[in-house]
Design a protein around this ligand. Structure first.
Ligand code: PEP
Ligand code: MN
Length: 347
């Protein structure tokens, strides 16, 4: 349940309510902004929420009927903005995260970082630990890859997002990345999610290929309930009966997630389609549907990419996409960074 404190509630009254809730067996979390305190109580058995209405300073008590609580829109109806250094995800500006599927070597990631920065990306993506279906496929450069990624990002004024596959790698990731990505295959790796709940950096959580929206939000709840409030949701396509595309990008999940949850939502049209030619139209659709950002695989030489070249956008295509997205964004009251003057569609 959510206990909405009165506007003038004192610190003592808030402390008192928290203490009563803890005594009744609830896990207590605080939310809200200046002058508006929300106390979110999760758990607690056989307690009637109305009992708390009479406590001093309490305005009203709301029940959260969904199985996820901290991920519910009720917690923050204005929507959460995840701030990472100078970048905000979930505000008016649509944020592009782009880069290679996998970091292959220093020169490759530096070339791509330069291209994506010139075209308006704010965050450089790149896998150093790759979850590959076959054990014989390229598995990533591991820590060396994170170092290359960090250097390329720094040179181009970008932040870094990369996938962490194993909880034991978290301390290493914290040295190199700004956002920790949980891959689709790990969406229900609850050990990993719990560990990420204790981390003080944002988590980009990708939807599992066969996960319902409720299961997706419950995975976010694992991170949130551990104390990490900085979660970004990513729709990246689900398995359906359709085999023409690698996955079916569930555009309808975007407004649904925005309605059900306060967390920012981005879309990944690369993994969502598996096809280079479908990335641009699906990126446009995702933004029109209300996504707060995009995660796109970009490669300067996609045909020789070690991983996911078929769904990587050549940099020149990014230029055209960003121009088109500006028109869509402004029609829905949003903004998006534009390519620098010197960038062209021919790059
Ligand atoms: C990725 O973004 O590099 C990736 C492996 O994506 P997903 O987990 O969505 O398959
Ligand atoms: Mn990939």
């Amino acid at each position: 349940m959510i206990i909405v404190m009165q506007a003038g509630a004192t610190e003592d009254q808030i402390t008192q309510v928290r203490a009563e809730l803890t005594q009744c067996g609830f896990d207590v979390h605080e939310s809200g902004g200046p002058g508006k305190t929300l106390i979110v109580a999760v758990g607690g058995k056989n307690v009637d929420g109305r009992d708390f209405e009479s406590l001093n300073g309490v305005g009203r008590v709301l029940q959260i009927s969904s199985p996820y609580k901290l991920a519910s829109r009720l917690i923050n109806p204005e929507g959460t903005r995840v701030r990472v250094k100078n970048v905000e995800i979930g505000g008016a500006e649509i944020i592009l995260m782009a880069g290679p599927c996998a970091v292959e070597n220093q020169a490759q990631v530096e070339t791509i970082a330069r291209y994506v920065a010139q075209n308006g990306a704010k965050i450089l993506r790149g896998g150093a630990f790759k979850p590959r279906t076959s054990p014989y496929s390229f598995q990533g450069l591991c820590e060396q890859g994170l170092k290359f990624l960090q250097r390329a990002a720094e040179q181009n004024g970008l932040l870094v997002v990369s996938e962490v596959m194993d909880a034991s790698h978290i301390p290493m990731f914290l040295r190199y990345v700004d956002i920790l990505q949980v891959g689709a295959r790990n969406m229900q790796n609850f050990t990993l999610l719990k560990e990420l709940g204790r981390v003080n950096k944002p988590v980009l959580l990708k939807r599992g290929p066969a996960a319902s929206i409720e299961e997706f939000l419950l995975s976010a709840e694992y991170v949130l309930s551990g104390g990490n409030k900085q979660v970004i949701l990513c729709e990246r396509g689900i398995k359906t009966f359709e085999t023409y595309m690698r996955n079916t990008l569930d555009i309808s999940a975007i407004p649904a997630l925005k309605q059900l949850s306060h967390l920012p939502v981005i879309a990944d049209p690369s993994h969502g389609t598996g096809k280079r030619d479908s990335i641009v139209p699906m990126a446009r659709a995702a933004i029109a549907a209300g996504a707060d950002g995009l995660l796109i695989e970009v490669h300067h030489d996609p045909d020789s990419a070690l991983c996911d070249g078929a769904q990587s956008l050549p940099p020149g295509h990014l230029f055209g996409l960003m121009k088109q997205l500006k028109t869509i964004a402004s029609s829905i009251g949003r903004t998006i960074a534009q390519p620098v003057e010197s960038a062209t569609a021919a790059d």
